[in-house]
Design a protein around this ligand. Structure first.
Ligand SMILES: Nc1nc2c(c(=O)[nH]1)N[C@H]1C(S)=C(S)[C@@H](COP(=O)(O)OP(=O)(O)OC[C@H]3O[C@@H](n4cnc5c(=O)[nH]c(N)nc54)[C@H](O)[C@@H]3O)O[C@H]1N2
Ligand SMILES: Nc1nc2c(c(=O)[nH]1)N[C@H]1C(S)=C(S)[C@@H](COP(=O)(O)OP(=O)(O)OC[C@H]3O[C@@H](n4cnc5c(=O)[nH]c(N)nc54)[C@H](O)[C@@H]3O)O[C@H]1N2
Ligand code: SF4
Ligand SMILES: [Mo]
Length: 736
């Protein structure tokens, strides 16, 4: 057991005044992506001129990436930055706008929301954002609740939602707590840390140098696969079979941690029975991975302490929760929960309030009878119900409600912090849904395809202009983001916008209750730390604060399942009517009707990350486009030969039930498997004519469907493992 007993706010770096008083260097945190890295911001006359890593930060330890160094800065100070609110002048989606003042903009949004609310009721207004990981996402939930609407959409069904729900159902609470530095074996599944997470990647290289073994499960040859001691290369979407067979080996060879299982696991006998026939040979038939490699992976991992590192490659999928459940049982039965070198459980300073705490705090929740009406609550209670991951809607069903009025009309949308035309599958359906609405408002820092479809656009601040206090499970520590830059115009942050809208809606008798007591980001930051031992002034000065936490002694911790143990057999899932034991489902490309498989002979993987972009962000920046100039699709040489594809050709492809297509530039390589097309996501062309900006040509979500199959717990659609076909191949010379 490890315990630390005092709150430590170290001061390796203090805001320093150089001889030039207008120049300061300030510790902050990059929140451009969920990796969350400690940064140092050099500010001259209110402008951030340099962003660099903070080597003292306890979570990131100096790890950083080029997006943090260049992207955030250039994004903030770009010519295309929106500086005033805009009102649409042409038809919706035509992309023509005129500048207006804030009073007018907020007044008009309030008028239109109030009209919709009076005519159809509060639930006819929906919000869309990324999630409640930070204040700006939480503010969207609280704004909707203030209106009286339980309907807010987050992008997590396509991101980490399956992992989060599986983690919660199993009772592990290990999100973000990979103790890579102390591990003997890192099991990396569906994760490309060298691109997606520099903190993990640096830690993996340190662990490898100290002798840890690295086992990678990934169809693609990633840099992690290249440094692995063992690389398992499954057919996409078949990982659950591998995990269940690994459990089979651990149980058959008695490699699991028997005393731990007896004390802390629930349902082991049923689980043992369940995996009895799920041998490595069975898993080989499902996944294409040799049985002896699966057994070897089980033995590596069971030697421990072992750390499970997972990523989007097995998330955002219609079998995501079951796949994660299968891997989480390995974490549980080997006792790698909260063990040094394993997966640390979530830690928090006593009294500290996170955005999730506020989201679930009864004081800030709508009454249960309104929450029960949230779109998705009936079909996906583990996602949208009162105990759901972030209590957010099922997005595809919200789009259906917009288009059909079922289960009830949704007539107005406020989207902020999500670029939904790029990041929701089935672009044409999203566009049709937006076109069908009475009113669309979008908050954005610059013109995006989603903003171009708005009636009113509100200009927003960037992370360099916003203050944030958040919890980082790496470390673990509390970490601080400074509003270091002066604003570049009349921009406001999401919290300020929400406060103004609630005020104006109240004047129109169009709110249910004001759920937003904090009027500024500073007030909210104060609230987060008020009941903890953390001093906000000191946190602002240092940029982070470590805190005492318990590790290892589970008798002093809460395991939030009905049995109070880690549930291999989940009682909550049983009650919700979904598989209570982790189960292997064939990937959707194999579940499709035979006719479909014949028409769609290939398998599509999307979402492969690129170093210079964050989803749809930074495509307007010259340096980023220089690093990654084209939307690529990786094609195996055999597949290329079969389909007449040459290096540099443009491939137009589509998938079943999609209403559009996507064109991508071929890169021929055996890094990807035969028959599998691997591509990224988020591509658009800011330089192309508005309002399209290339969203119908290079955006992979134009060629995908959002209408199922869906994960039975989260309602997630597939972002990979999808049947796909090539419609045409054009030589580069013809496209250019
Ligand atoms: N530079 C950069 N970094 C980012 C982001 C970004 O946009 N740009 N986005 C951030 C966000 S929000 C996220 S969610 C993460 C995503 O980043 P990661 O979690 O790393 O996920 P991906 O890059 O989608 O895929 C990771 C790996 O999964 C593999 N994979 C695909 N299908 C399967 C499968 O069926 N089984 C297995 N075992 N592997 C599979 C892919 O080949 C790939 O190597 O990155 C974060 N970091
Ligand atoms: N086909 C397919 N679709 C996918 C995925 C996939 O792999 N394949 N991946 C999914 C995943 S993992 C994710 S996380 C989602 C991402 O989906 P999104 O969150 O929609 O993606 P972003 O491009 O990051 O868009 C975020 C928008 O938020 C705003 N924003 C960005 N940073 C800030 C900020 O600091 N402050 C404020 N106030 N606003 C900001 C910007 O306007 C930006 O346009 O996409 C999902 N969609
Ligand atoms: S990985 Fe890069 S973009 Fe993400 S938080 Fe760290 S520095 Fe920022
Ligand atoms: Mo994500």
């Amino acid at each position: 057991m490890r315990a630390c007993f005092e709150v430590v706010v170290q001061s390796p770096f203090i805001q320093s005044e150089t001889p030039d008083a207008a120049r300061t260097v300030q510790p902050s945190t990059c929140w451009e992506c969920g990796t969350i890295c400690g940064s140092l911001l050099t500010t001259e006359n209110g402008v951030v001129t340099k962003i660099s890593p903070n080597p003292s930060h306890p979570a990131s330890k100096g790890a950083f990436c080029v997006k943090g160094i260049r992207g955030a800065k250039e994004w903030t100070y770009q010519d295309g930055r929106l500086r005033t609110p805009l009102r649409r002048t042409g038809t919706r989606g035509e992309g023509r706008f005129e500048p207006i003042g804030w009073d007018e903009a907020i007044g008009e949004i309030a008028d239109r929301f109030a009209e919709v609310r009076h005519r159809y009721g509060p639930m006819a207004i929906a919000g869309a954002t990324n999630g409640a990981f930070f204040g700006r996402g939480l503010m969207m939930a609280l704004l909707m609740r203030s209106i009286g609407s339980p309907n807010w959409m987050i992008n997590q069904d396509l991101c980490g939602g399956c992992r989060a729900v599986a983690d919660k159902m199993t009772g592990l609470n290990v999100g973000g707590g990979e103790d890579i530095d102390e591990t003997s074996c890192a099991l990396i599944v569906g994760r490309n840390p060298s691109v997606a997470d520099p903190i993990q990647w640096m830690a993996l290289k340190r662990a490898k140098a100290k002798g840890a073994s690295i086992v990678v499960i990934d169809p693609f040859r990633t840099p992690a696969a290249e440094i692995a001691d063992l690389w398992l290369r499954p057919r996409p979407g078949t990982d659950a079979a591998i995990a269940l067979a690994m459990a089979h080996v651990m149980i058959a060879e008695k490699l699991y941690d028997k005393p731990f299982v007896e004390s802390w696991c629930y349902g082991f006998d049923r689980f043992t029975q369940h995996v009895r026939e799920l041998t490595p040979s069975w898993a080989e038939a499902q996944s294409g991975v040799p049985a002896h490699d699966i057994a070897a992976a089980a033995r590596h991992y069971a030697r421990g302490p072992a750390c499970f590192i997972s990523g989007h490659g097995i998330d955002g999928s219609s079998a995501g929760v079951q796949t994660f459940r299968a891997f989480f049982t390995l974490v549980a039965i080997t006792g790698n929960v909260d063990r040094v070198g394993g997966n640390r459980r979530g830690k928090k300073p006593e009294g500290f309030q996170t955005t999730f705490d506020v989201l679930f705090d009864p004081n800030y929740r709508l009454p249960p009878e309104i929450e029960a009406l949230r779109i998705g609550a009936k079909d996906f209670p583990l996602w949208s119900g009162p105990q759901g991951y972030q209590m957010a809607c099922h997005n595809p069903s919200v789009l259906t409600a917009m288009l059909t009025g079922e289960p009830y009309p949704v007539r107005a949308l406020y989207a902020s912090g999500a670029n939904i035309l790029l990041t929701y599958p089935d672009l044409e359906r999203t566009v049709a849904a937006l076109n069908s609405l009475d009113f669309v408002a979008v908050g954005s820092q610059y013109m995006t395809p989603t903003a171009a479809w708005a009636d009113i656009i509100l200009p927003k601040t960037t992370t360099l202009e916003e203050e944030e206090v958040s919890l980082h499970q790496g470390g673990p520590c509390v970490t601080y983001t400074a509003a270091a830059s002066v604003r570049q115009g009349e921009q406001k942050c999401d919290q300020e916008i929400a406060v103004l809208l609630i005020e104006e809606l109240a004047k129109r008798q169009a709110i249910y209750r004001d759920y937003l007591p904090w009027k500024t980001q500073s007030e909210f930051a104060e609230y987060c730390v008020a009941k903890s031992a953390i001093d906000l002034a000191e946190l602002r000065r240092v940029g982070y604060a470590t805190f005492p936490f318990e590790q290892g002694d589970l008798s002093r911790q809460v395991i939030a399942t009905p049995s109070g143990k880690f549930e291999l057999y989940s009682q909550v899932m049983e009650q919700a009517g979904v598989e209570a034991l982790p189960t292997f489902l064939l990937p959707s490309n194999q579940r499709e009707q035979k006719a479909v498989s014949e028409d769609f002979p290939l398998v599509l993987q999307t979402g492969f990350r690129e170093k210079s972009y964050h989803h749809s962000r930074f495509r307007e920046q010259a340096w980023a486009r220089k690093v990654s100039p084209h939307p690529l699709v990786y094609v195996h040489p055999q597949t290329a030969e079969q389909h007449g594809v040459h290096e540099g050709d443009w491939i137009k492809l589509t998938t079943p039930r999609a209403s559009g297509t996507c064109s991508l530039k071929a890169r021929i390589t055996d890094d990807t498997l035969p028959g599998v097309l691997t591509t990224g996501m988020g591509w658009w062309l800011p330089e192309a004519p508005a309002p399209e900006f290339g969203v119908r040509t290079v955006n992979i979500n134009a060629a995908m469907s959002y209408s199922g199959p869906w994960d039975s717990s989260t309602g997630s659609a597939d972002t990979g493992g999808i049947a796909c076909r090539i419609l045409s191949v054009s030589p580069e010379s013809e496209v250019a």
